[in-house]
Write a protein of this length. Structure first.
Length: 467
């Protein structure tokens, strides 16, 4: 404990600030400079391996205005916009708590990086249009002085959604919504489809919708690193640790109309320090739940879902971990540069990966087939039995494909309506105002209300396809 106090003291003092790693410079630059300084001091100082300059940048501060739980693309994006919109500069202290700085299980880096506007809900189309502007002008948003420009490897190849007879009417309706919102999407008959993409077998396809601009895929790891670099340069603090507890207080208050309201708010977050048994309490005003697939669990820490059944507090955040496989295959006879991100009526999807006739794709299992999310092992039989047959049926050239690698990731699945959840929580009683929680389906942040299920593939009721 004493050591930690000393370390915190050192970090907060002028020396610590000088060496602090929160502002400016890329992560690599900073680490390099730190170790250079350490080496220099070690070579001058007598006394062997005693090192007064521990890197304490991972320790949380004692207080922060906003604590963001989770440093994936959503947590960093919230941090970015909080700092971008703050007035005056430096007005808000923002802390991002991330338990795994290698992001080995984060959905962001295990995703396939697709972005489309082909949704059924206007809010999703709008969010995606906003996001594509951000991605296409990434260096206007995320440039950092003296650092190289960011290249997120955006491939503007479009999404091609295929619908069966059963799904054609839904697809037509969806395209109407998408166009009303400003997305450039066209409908194609099987014949038009064959003309444009001769490698597609149109058997069982009644209609297709194709995004003519602002759709494609990018490298999510580059986006994550770019956001991280930028928010650090804007003064956002990071710490390595796990949020394990929220401490709340309740106050009975009266509204202007004399109604009694029990105002409950989180005022302290406990951060368990990485590789330590200790935790650091962080006082705060606002907590943002950006824990992705784990946000249901984080909400539970705040008591969400633990109240009496039928009340707001008794309603769980309906976000669950769902294990999804991505397979990467090689096929020299496969389609070329013009290959869009294809989603088949069966729910199977694929896209090109690079320019060497490599492709990646997968398909969501049925409810009955849902794999155990206890680990991230890949089921290779799933490709043989469920992914390959519809792939080879749709693109005959894929008969000869060879799987080169595969991985599994956790999908942040909203069991309620498969949309994003900006959930307000933390205050009980009528007219309740709550803390903000971002959970489920990245880039789909919209008001919580039952919505028609997002439909991919024109008739597929399961919506956790890519993008
Ligand atoms: C295989 C696959 C393919 C996908 N393809 C696409 C696609 O093409 N297009 C698309 O838009 N979306 C896709 N997605 C979904 C997308 O990846 C996610 O919706 C998005 O990345 C979620 O971002 P996030 O920041 O909320 O979550 P994450 O990236 O998972 O970040 C959450 C972070 O919170 C941290 N955390 C959790 N609990 C705690 C705690 N208690 N304390 C501290 N830290 C904590 C975790 O370590 C994690 O790093 C795909 C997902 C998968 C699995």
């Amino acid at each position: 404990m004493l050591r930690r106090t000393l370390l915190l003291g050192l970090c907060r003092g002028p020396l610590g600030r000088g060496l602090g790693t929160h502002r400016g410079g890329s992560i690599l630059d900073r680490d390099g400079k730190m170790s250079e300084i350490k080496k220099k001091i070690q070579s001058i100082l007598p006394g062997g391996d005693w090192n007064p300059l521990y890197d304490t940048s991972y320790l949380p501060p004692e207080s922060s205005d906003v604590v963001i739980v989770g440093g994936g693309v959503l947590g960093l994006s919230v941090a970015y916009w909080l700092k971008k919109l703050e007035k005056p500069r430096g007005a808000i202290r923002v802390l991002v708590v991330e338990r795994d700085h290698t992001y080995s299980r984060a959905s962001t880096v295990l995703s396939v990086g697709g972005i489309r506007q082909q949704f059924s809900v206007p809010e999703n189309v709008q969010l995606s249009l906003f996001s594509i502007d951000f991605l296409r002008n990434i260096n206007e948003y995320l440039a950092v002085a003296d650092d190289p420009p960011l290249d997120i490897q955006f491939n503007p190849s479009g999404y091609l959604l295929l619908a069966s007879e059963k799904g054609a009417a839904i697809m037509e309706n969806n395209v109407k919504v998408q166009r009303q919102e400003g997305a450039k999407v066209c409908l194609m008959s099987p014949e038009q489809l064959r003309n444009k993409f001769p490698w597609i077998n149109t058997e069982g396809v009644a209609l297709a919708s194709y995004g003519m601009e602002h759709e494609g895929w990018f490298d999510p790891w580059c986006l994550l690193q770019g956001l991280r670099r930028k928010v650090q340069s804007m003064g956002v603090l990071f710490c390595r640790g796990e949020v394990t507890r929220f401490v709340s207080s309740s106050n009975l208050m009266k509204t202007a109309s004399g109604e009694e309201v029990n105002v409950k708010r989180i005022h302290e977050v406990h951060v368990k320090i990485d590789q330590s048994l200790e935790y650091q309490p962080v006082e705060c005003a606002i907590v943002i739940n950006a824990a992705g697939a784990w946000s249901g669990q984080v909400a539970e820490l705040a008591g969400i879902g633990k109240g009496p059944p039928g009340t707001l507090q008794g309603t769980k955040l309906p976000v669950e971990l769902r294990k999804r496989y991505v397979y990467l295959w090689h096929c020299p006879q496969g389609p070329g540069l013009e290959t869009p991100f294809v989603i088949d009526p069966s729910g199977t999807y694929f896209r090109r990966e690079g320019l060497g006739h490599n492709y990646l794709g997968g398909c969501s299992p049925t409810e009955e087939e849902e794999p155990d999310p206890g680990n991230l092992e890949v089921d290779h039989d799933f490709f043989q039995d469920r992914v390959w047959p519809p792939l080879a049926q749709r693109v005959p050239a894929f008969e000869t494909l060879k799987v080169r690698s595969a991985w599994a990731g956790y999908y942040d699945y909203n069991t309620f309506d498969q949309n994003g959840v900006p959930l307000l929580l933390g205050r009980e009683g009528p007219g309740a105002q709550h803390h903000l929680s971002l959970a489920g389906r990245a880039g789909r942040l919209q008001a919580v209300r039952p919505r028609p299920t997002e439909s991919v593939g024109g008739g597929d009721p399961r919506t956790d396809g890519p993008g």
